[in-house]
Design a protein around this ligand. Structure first.
Ligand code: SF4
Length: 359
C-alpha cells in the first residue's frame, strides 16, 4: 500500500510523495483506496505479506492509520502468521502511533534513518533529529513490535569509511534484525540529483565491505544486494518481489504483478483518484518477462533453484539464457550451475553488469 504523504520533500528523493498534505487529501486517498481494495479483493489469494510503504505511513493521523489497517482486513483475507510491515520515519513514531501499528497487527517496522551524521543529513537535505531512531526503537518494542529494521544510505558525498562505520554501529547497536542500505544515486526527479558527484566505485566497494563486516558482527548476513538480516528476518514482501511472486500494489504510483502481467498506478494522486484508475500495463513477451525475473532473483544471495524458477516463470533458465549464465559463471560473477544459480560476492557488486548481460 503506497502512502504518498511526507512531512517535507527530502532533497535526494525521487519517490512519488506529497509534502504537507491536507487532512482532506488523506481522507480522499483512504476512500479511493477502499474502492481499489474492493476491485481486487475477490480475486486475491490470502495475503501472507502486507507492506505499508511510502511516503511516510506513520505520518497518517492514528485514526486514519488504524482505519487503513482495518480496511485491509475487511477487504482481504490476511493469512495467519502474515508479515505486516510498515515503513516509518523515526520522528513520527509517537507512543500513540506505535500502539496503533501494533493494535492493527503490524509486526515489522522499518525505520528510515538514512544517516546519524548531522553533516551528511544536510548533504541529503534530510530534516529531523538523527537521534529519533534511538527513541522510536524502544517505543515500538514497548508496543509489542520486535521485528525492527533500519534504512541507511551509503556513498553520500563526504561519507568517509569511519563515518559509515559509525552509522552502521549506531544502527546495529539498536538491536535491529534487518538493515537496508542503498548507495546514493542521482535519481531523475530528485531536487538535489545534479549536485551529487558521480559514483566512486572503489569507495563504494570499500563501504560495502565495511557493511558486510559490521553486520556480521551483529549476526546479520547479506541476503540481497542491499539488504542484510538476522536468520529468519529477511523481508518477506521484498523477497516475493525479487523472486517473481504475484503481488498487488494499491495507491498512487504502486505497481502490481499477477504472475504474467505487470501494471502500475499513476504517480499522481489526482489521476489515481479518478474512476477507473488510468493504469499503465507493461506488456512484455513471456520470455522477456522471465529474463527480467531471472535478473531480479539474482539480486538475492540464494538466487534461484532451477525448480523454483521453472515454477514461477514456466521457463528453464538454461534454455532461456544458458549461454549467458555459463559465461557469467566463467567470469566469477555467478556460481552454482546447473541446478542452482546465485551471485558470487563479486556478482553482488556487479549486479548492473549481470543485468545487462542477461536482459
Ligand atoms: S525520502 Fe522518504 S521521507 Fe523523504 S521525501 Fe522521500 S519518501 Fe518522503
Amino acid at each position: 500500500m503506497h502512502v504518498p504523504f511526507c512531512r517535507r520533500k527530502c532533497g535526494y528523493c525521487a519517490f512519488y510523495s506529497l509534502p504537507g498534505a491536507a487532512p482532506a487529501q488523506m481522507r480522499a486517498w483512504r476512500e479511493r483506496l477502499r474502492r481499489e481494495f474492493a476491485e481486487f479483493a475477490a480475486a486475491s489469494a490470502p495475503l501472507h505479506s502486507v507492506f505499508l510503504g511510502g511516503g511516510t505511513p506513520t505520518l497518517l493521523p492514528p485514526s486514519e492509520l488504524a482505519g487503513l489497517l482495518t480496511d485491509i482486513r475487511a477487504a482481504f483475507t490476511v493469512a495467519a502468521g502474515a508479515e505486516i510491515s510498515s515503513e516509518a520515519n523515526p520522528e513520527t513514531v509517537t507512543p500513540e502511533v506505535a500502539d496503533t501499528l501494533a493494535a492493527g497487527g503490524v509486526n515489522r517496522v522499518s525505520l528510515g534513518v538514512q544517516s546519524f551524521q548531522p553533516a551528511l543529513r544536510r548533504v541529503l537535505d534530510r530534516a529531523g533529529d538523527p537521534a529519533a531512531a534511538e527513541t522510536a526503537v524502544p517505543r515500538l518494542r514497548q508496543a509489542g513490535i520486535h521485528n525492527l529494521g533500519a534504512d541507511l544510505i551509503n556513498a553520500i558525498p563526504g561519507q568517509t569509511p569511519p563515518l559509515w562505520r559509525d552509522d552502521l554501529r549506531r544502527a546495529l547497536g539498536l538491536g535491529i534484525a534487518h538493515l537496508s542500505t542503498y548507495a546514493l544515486t542521482r535519481e531523475e526527479g530528485a531536487r538535489l540529483a545534479d549536485s551529487f558527484p558521480p559514483a566512486n566505485p572503489e569507495l563504494e566497494a570499500d563501504l560495502w565491505e565495511i557493511a558486510d563486516t559490521e553486520t556480521a558482527r551483529h549476526g546479520l548476513h547479506r541476503y540481497e544486494v542491499s539488504n542484510f538480516a538476522r536468520p529468519g528476518a529477511a523481508c518477506r514482501h521484498n523477497q516475493d518481489v525479487w523472486l517473481g511472486a504475484a503481488y498487488l500494489g494499491c495507491g498512487p504510483a504502486a505497481c502490481s504483478f499477477d504472475g504474467a502481467l505487470r501494471w502500475s498506478n499513476p504517480a499522481d494522486l489526482n489521476a489515481w483518484l479518478r474512476d477507473p484508475v488510468p493504469r499503465e500495463t507493461d506488456p512484455l513477451p513471456a520470455d522477456r518477462r522471465a529474463a527480467e525475473i531471472l535478473v531480479f532473483g539474482l539480486r538475492t544471495t540464494a538466487g534461484w533453484t532451477r525448480d523454483l524458477f521453472q515454477e514461477r516463470t514456466g521457463f528453464d533458465y538454461l534454455e532461456l539464457r544458458g549461454r549467458e549464465l555459463h559465461r557469467l559463471q566463467d567470469q566469477g560473477v555467478l556460481a552454482g550451475l546447473p541446478d542452482r544459480v546465485y551471485p558470487t560476492p563479486r556478482g553482488l557488486l556487479l549486479h548492473d553488469h549481470l543485468a545487462i548481460e542477461l536482459l
